[in-house]
Design a protein around this ligand. Sequence first.
Ligand code: FAD
Length: 413
Amino acid sequence: MLNHYQVIVIGGGPAGLAASCTSAKNGATTLLIEREAKLGGILKQCIHDGFGVLRYQEKLSGPEYAEKEIETLKGLNITVSLLTFVTAIKKTKEGFILNLVTKDGIQEVSGERLVLATGCRERTSKQVSIYGTNPAGVLSAGTAQYYINILGKMPTRRCVILGSGDIGMIMARRITLEGGKVLGVYEAKSTPSGLTRNIMQCLHDYDIPLYLSTTVTKVFGEERLEAVEISQVDEKMKPIPNTNKIIKCDALILSVGLIPENEIAEKIQVPLSNLTKGPIVDQTLQTMVPGVYSCGNALHVNDLADYVSESGEVAGLNAATSRVGSPEYVDLVIDEHFSYIVPEKLELKSPLKTILYFRSRAEYTNKTLHIYVNDVEVMKRRYQKLKPPEMERLVVDFSNYPNIKSIKLSLED
Ligand SMILES: Cc1cc2nc3c(=O)[nH]c(=O)nc-3n(C[C@H](O)[C@H](O)[C@H](O)COP(=O)(O)OP(=O)(O)OC[C@H]3O[C@@H](n4cnc5c(N)ncnc54)[C@H](O)[C@@H]3O)c2cc1C
């Protein structure tokens, strides 16, 4: 018989755990689907501390943070289905039908509402242009993290890291602590991609050099990587002639960005944002397909797991309780100083208290965020520093402003 649930959550990382917990606490029969053997998502391999400062007021490791979240499911009406893959999904009049491959065989389940909490994936070497051979030893920072922290194996003794993303910097420190040599972190942009905290704690404290406006232009080696060529780049990221240098190493570790994972969303035609690459949502985190919600890194790449859990709670609450028939949207329009804002829409029939997450397009000092409703300024906030790697969060209660027809946000001097 087809099992039926009011809410089906896909993905058992911090976003999916918070969504399932909140959905069940609000009375919805809830199914949590996870393709791996354990809950916790990517946090399982993040053994450094720094998680949970906002949510639990203590510094936890990734596994400790995940364990606290998993504990919250106990005693709630949640069915957890591990080692489960969604092979097909269909939208029906009543909701959704999912075909699943589980360890007990193929199953079909139906749900009234879906929460997509599938996390993000790393950009690979195929998504950055590097010439040369195709040897073993070119791997993403997340894969290196999995080798060392989960499998207990060293994938390198002497490596170069391309990209100054947070996972790359965290892995630079980890490889050094395990006796490996990190020859340098090379970043094509003129500013680092990761958090200042990680530059200080993972690179400076371990004397690992960070080279800006420099990239890897070629790899050498037939079976195993033997060396890489690095070159300085101009402001258009084009290699500058005669600046190339060969560095002998056995691995090239890539930390060149994360992309929201939305394969399932695309199967049911959920419109994605050009800015975040995650679904376009309103303040309830409902996507533009009624009954489908998105949260965590599947929605946009967050900088803190604490915010991921917060968005899981918003999605889980609304999936369990919200019943808007025909939505009425107003766009949140941002100026050119933003790289994105979430949500991109306000749904006028839903509660209007909204958690806004945004990132600036470039580094700015002393900018003021102005929010205009119907072209009248309703709020402003001064930021001493805005940096693209650091996500900003702001709560705005739009119910204070009647007859909303337009919302504009600008970052002004
Ligand atoms: C490699 C890597 C390392 C990271 N390291 C750090 C770090 O050190 N510090 C930090 O603050 N942040 C780190 N992050 C960011 C981190 O992803 C977030 O802080 C947080 O874990 C995101 O939570 P999430 O629940 O949205 O996604 P995830 O934790 O990624 O969880 C998503 C879950 O969904 C499951 N899933 C995906 N697709 C399906 C499907 N089709 N069917 C069933 N299940 C599915 C996955 O197996 C996974 O368990 C890292 C991210 C990556 C990719």
